[in-house]
Design a protein around this ligand. Structure first.
Ligand SMILES: [Mg+2]
Length: 244
């Protein structure tokens, strides 16, 4: 399996969480956790780039023992352990109002959305099983037509259009003095497309999303988090060869 361009080693690696470090049921893969620790031990920082809120992402970051930044809420909330404050790139108020309006028009839509909205800072998430076509077409004809509707397989995100994992990672890398060409990104869903587009190299884990497989530089033959250990082995092989 050729995971990387010949002789290329990323300086930093961004991993999506849900469906990428977990199985399809959101169960964290301990082999993937071990692989991330190996990357950090080799001096290659790990970025968690996720639709999750900051509180959840920080917990995972803390307990895995990572040193890199976190890109939460699909780029809406950015944080690095060296920064004084997180960077919150939207208020999330408009997205919440849009969800409430949707419910007022279509009573089958639950505006309260997913449980983690309690900690959400820059956007709002509806349940993944809501009618995506109805949500998208209604939003397009509403006062909130500027909002993006992004499906991840775990939720439907209502977010301001300048927010994406890709734009968030660009800001993070700029502050860290790292080029996007030095970044490897790994993901499974449409909310990963923007980071695939700006990364030096991208890997799609085994995923049902055809557009995600088509956009990645490499598609894993393994489902979800089963990709992470062999991919990290390949990165570390190039890394140790370059150190010799
Ligand atoms: Mg995902």
């Amino acid at each position: 399996m050729e995971w990387l361009p010949p002789g290329w080693c990323p300086r930093i690696v961004a991993f999506d969480i849900d469906g990428t470090l977990t199985d399809e049921n959101k169960r964290l893969d301990m082999h993937a956790v071990e692989a991330l620790r190996q990357l950090e031990d080799a001096g290659i920082p790990v970025i968690l780039a996720t639709g999750n809120v900051r509180a959840i992402t920080y917990g995972l970051w803390r307990f895995i023992g990572l040193s890199g930044p976190i890109c939460c809420e699909n780029g809406g909330v950015l944080w690095h352990p060296d920064w004084d404050e997180p960077l919150v790139r939207a208020s999330g108020e408009e997205a919440k109002k849009a969800a409430e309006w949707l419910q007022s028009q279509h009573s089958e839509i639950d505006a309260r959305g997913i449980q983690t909205n309690a900690w959400r800072e820059s956007e709002w998430c509806l349940f993944k099983d809501e009618d995506l076509r109805l949500v998208t077409s209604s939003i397009k004809e509403s006062d909130w037509s500027n909002l993006d509707v992004v499906r991840t397989g775990f939720a439907i995100h209502l977010m301001e259009p300048h927010l994406s994992k890709g734009s968030g990672l660009e800001l993070i890398l700029k502050r860290m003095g790292i080029e996007a060409s030095e970044l490897l990104s790994v993901g499974d869903a449409p909310n990963d497309l923007s980071m695939f587009a700006m990364s030096g190299w991208s890997v799609a884990v085994g995923t049902p999303f055809a557009d995600v497989r088509d956009a990645a530089d490499v598609v894993s033959p393994y489902p979800n988090s089963a990709t992470i250990a062999p991919l990290v082995d390949a990165i570390l092989a190039v890394h140790s060869a370059q150190e010799l």
